[in-house]
Design a protein around this ligand. Structure first.
Ligand code: 13P
Ligand code: SF4
Length: 312
């Protein structure tokens, strides 16, 4: 799609958002999977790790989070003194819901002495029961930073398998969680696309199943995939992750071609965040996401430990 044109935001709407941002001393953070128009009004668009880092260092009083619930919760953990608002309170992450604190506590009893490494796609209550967290951008570095040989990785079994293959000296025990959006990917469609476009490089997110990852030339976090699309001299890419990344990829590389499989990869929760939600969040300063005090300290310890590990 050469000559990509980003979506136009009506000037009056943009001016209204900018005025409210100033009045509220707010910052708008968006994950790459949100709609392109959200990227266009956000002050920072990033992957899970980048968003946490941005939340941790912002001087704004209010954080308007366009993403899913666990991301706003992580921002609340990192900056309890700030007002953290999730633009759409209905935006959850089904993978994060695949692990309950009670079930994790039970599993820990079965595995005494085995540290728990938890993907940030999890609730604060689950993080509080974990030793350390990771994102897709730093999972390998975090795993290597642990002295234990056996580790329980929760909740994404695909990311667990991926890091196990890269760090064979450790034993990574898995939890049966997965991302429904990435699981929708059909292997035959990917192979067909590769056959039709043998000149394309295949970029995949580690939440994909191993059989899909086996087809990829590069595997990385959303920001890693976007960076790779720019750095790689190829002109054509097959993109195997949620289609929100196509917006920055096309915007930064208007002369390159980005292809996706027939079965669309859309995270319905990320797409719930709308410009109307952003305006309403700024006007009403709600819905606020606040992690309860009884779990905050333990959850923050696991997130802080992750933040201290340098990015891959
Ligand atoms: P990233 O941390 O790579 O942005 O991924 C977050 C996510 O939810 C992927 O489904
Ligand atoms: Fe959760 Fe998957 Fe959506 Fe990411 S893409 S927020 S893992 S459901």
């Amino acid at each position: 799609m050469p000559g990509y044109a980003p979506p136009a935001i009506p000037e009056d709407l943009r001016a209204r958002i900018e005025k409210l941002v100033k009045e509220r001393q707010a910052v708008i953070l968006s994950h790459y999977y949100c709609k392109p128009e959200i990227h266009e009004v956000a002050h920072f668009v990033g992957d899970s790790l980048g968003l946490s880092q941005e939340a941790a260092k912002t001087s704004a009083k209010v954080i308007i989070f366009c993403g899913v619930h666990f991301m706003a919760e992580t921002a609340s953990l990192l900056c309890p003194e700030k007002t953290v608002i999730l633009a759409n309170i209905e935006a959850g992450c089904p993978m994060a819901d695949m692990i309950e604190p009670k079930a994790l506590a039970e599993r820990k009893k079965e595995l005494p002495g085995v540290p728990v490494l938890t993907y940030v796609n999890s609730s604060a209550a689950v993080k509080a029961l974990s030793d350390i967290c990771c994102t897709s951008a730093n999972a390998v570095a975090v795993l290597r930073s642990l002295s234990a040989k056996r580790i329980l990785f929760t909740p994404d079994r695909n990311l667990a398998r991926r890091i196990q293959s890269l760090v064979p000296e450790k034993e990574v025990l898995t939890w049966p969680g997965f991302c429904p959006t990435h699981h929708r990917l059909n292997l035959a469609e990917v192979q067909e696309l590769k056959e039709t476009h043998p000149d394309a490089a295949v970029l995949a997110h580690p939440e994909c199943q191993s059989k899909i990852l086996a087809e990829a030339d590069f595997i990385g976090s959303t920001s890693g995939l976007i960076k790779r699309a720019g750095d790689n001299p190829k002109e054509k890419f097959i993109v195997l992750t949620e289609e929100g990344v196509l917006h920055p990829m096309r915007k930064m590389n208007p002369l390159k071609t980005f292809l996706t499989p027939k079965t669309a990869m859309i995270c319905p929760n990320m797409k719930k965040n709308s410009l109307d939600n952003v305006v309403s969040a700024l006007e009403t300063l709600s819905p606020v996401i606040k992690v309860s005090e009884d779990i905050r300290a333990d959850a923050l310890r696991a997130v802080d430990r992750m933040m201290a590990v340098p990015r891959d």
